[in-house]
Design a binder for this molecule. Structure first.
Ligand code: GLU
Length: 468
């Protein structure tokens, strides 16, 4: 019997609440999922027949507005799943201090087996239903990509909202994760995967946390497995390789690969798109059961696709010393207890995969301000750097080498602002949860992250004069 995902999230929440003095009535309000809109709507298939599609949008918490969270297209979408994922969004936004409540949407379709015109009709109809019930809007609820959706779907949502929505001036900010050509922000596509690697780097930098695991500090040379090589997993793997880690294993929905010497993940994906499977990828061991990759030898496991990948059934067989939850809810509470007992460290989803919503926040700000980040500052920065260089040359009587001058005169682009702001946010949040973990002698980083989230949401209720 599969566990109820929303109950699982609440189990983590309740475990953290044992360490807080926030009163039980406030905790009840924080835990509750405020609104769930379940909708069914007819959509015409390409052959002219009509199918009734089921969808959801859950808004877990309105302590900050708008609410924020992705839209998932998958046959596994259910009420419990969107409620759980919306709760994770509330806690995630609180941990990384972005001013949103949590939300999540889902539509019960398998996008891999549907045509683009059908998916467009579903997306536009789903969006118009959300508009009708005020479950979308720049100041109300702002969707983003999740499993099975991407820039294309976000573009359709924006276009539908622009035509039908009440808010024309700020329509651009009704959804994030749009392509940069449709007023998205540079760096959003890779943000979740990159954020997960930044999270891992922070954990691996603390000798007192890393040594007991029998590992050296730093990412270089770490053997990593990425189960679920989708959008998030790919960018996590690429960011890890860039930092000299080795990707020894990956999986997709229909198989997995393991190679102790390291995999070229882009070549793996190319092989899959050319041959239709991972089978016969040169020099690597092929595993027909994708879940088996979780139990292969490695230092770090980065589950990047779906929830409930690690349960009591496989947790005792996990060899990784560190698990980074790049997906939402990949480790269930039973597995979490087994792993903690075994000394395995889990970097929790509500911190580790928050990079996506952090950069969504930057996109939302950009869309509301109707100006890109570098436009107002770029030229001025170049001029002032030039003045500093002139002053240094004047004072020292020496001219600065041309290669240094070129570097110093390189003014920042949007991507530079986005990357550094993401790095800064992940660093500050890690410091906060790490400090809580140690100072309050909490059992693990998940408890620390939840505790940080609970206390932050409680204090915003207090600031609003509710539950003072
Ligand atoms: N779907 C992503 C998540 O689960 C991103 C949400 C967003 O950017 O709003 O964090």
């Amino acid at each position: 019997m599969p566990s109820n995902f929303f109950d699982d999230v609440n189990q983590y929440f309740d475990a953290a609440c044992r360490h807080t003095e926030v009163s039980p009535d406030i905790l009840d309000q924080i835990r509750a999922c405020n609104s769930v809109y379940r909708l069914r709507f007819p959509v015409r298939r390409d052959d002219g027949t009509i199918v009734v599609v089921e969808g959801y949008r859950a808004e877990h918490s309105h302590h900050r507005l708008p609410t924020k969270g992705g839209i998932r297209y998958s046959l596994d979408v259910s009420q419990s799943e969107v409620m759980a994922l919306s709760a994770l969004m509330t806690y995630k936004c609180a941990v990384v201090d972005v001013p949103f409540g949590g939300a999540k949407g889902g539509v019960c379709i398998d996008p891999r087996n549907e045509s683009a015109p059908f998916l467009e009709r579903v997306t536009r109809r789903y969006t118009s239903e959300l508009i009708r019930k005020r479950f979308i809007g720049p100041d109300v609820d702002v969707p983003a990509p999740d499993v099975g959706t991407g820039e294309r779907e976000m573009g359709w949502i924006y276009d539908t909202y622009k035509i039908l929505g009440p808010d024309t001036l700020n329509a651009l900010a009704c959804v994030t994760g749009k392509a940069t050509s449709v007023h998205g922000v540079s760096g959003r596509r890779e943000a979740t995967g990159l954020g997960a690697i930044i999270a891992l780097e922070h954990f691996l930098s603390e000798e007192e946390d890393v040594k007991p695991l029998g590992l050296e500090t730093g990412l270089a040379g770490k053997r990593i497995i990425v189960p679920g090589l989708g959008k998030v997993g790919l960018h996590a793997a690429l960011a890890a390789i860039e930092r000299d880690a080795v990707i020894v294993g990956v999986s997709v929905s229909d198989g997995a690969l393991y190679d102790e010497g390291g995999l070229d993940v882009e070549a793996v994906l190319l092989h899959r798109s050319e041959t239709g499977s991972l089978r016969a990828f040169p020099d690597a061991r092929y595993l027909a059961n994708p879940d088996a990759i979780l139990e292969e030898p490695c230092d770090v496991l980065i589950p990047s696709a779906l929830e409930h990948q690690i349960t009591a059934a496989n947790a005792p067989k996990i060899q990784a010393k560190v698990i980074v939850e790049a997906a939402n809810g990949p480790v269930d509470p039973d597995a979490d207890a087994i792993l903690r007992e075994a000394g395995t460290v889990v970097l929790p989803d509500i911190y580790a995969n928050a990079g996506g919503v952090v950069v969504s926040y930057f996109e939302w700000i950009k869309n509301l301000s109707h100006v890109s980040f570098e436009r107002m500052t770029r030229r001025y920065q170049q001029i002032s750097n030039n003045r500093i260089l002139d002053a240094i040359s004047h004072l020292t009587g020496k001219s600065i080498p041309p290669e240094d001058t070129a570097l110093l005169l390189q003014a920042p682009n949007e991507i530079d602002f986005v990357r550094t702001a993401l790095e800064n946010t992940m660093a500050i949040s890690y410091e906060k949860i790490h400090e809580l973990w140690k100072r309050r002698s909490l059992p693990d980083l998940r408890t620390a992250a939840y505790l940080s989230a609970v206390e932050s949401v409680a204090s915003s209720y207090a600031l609003d004069g509710i539950f003072p």
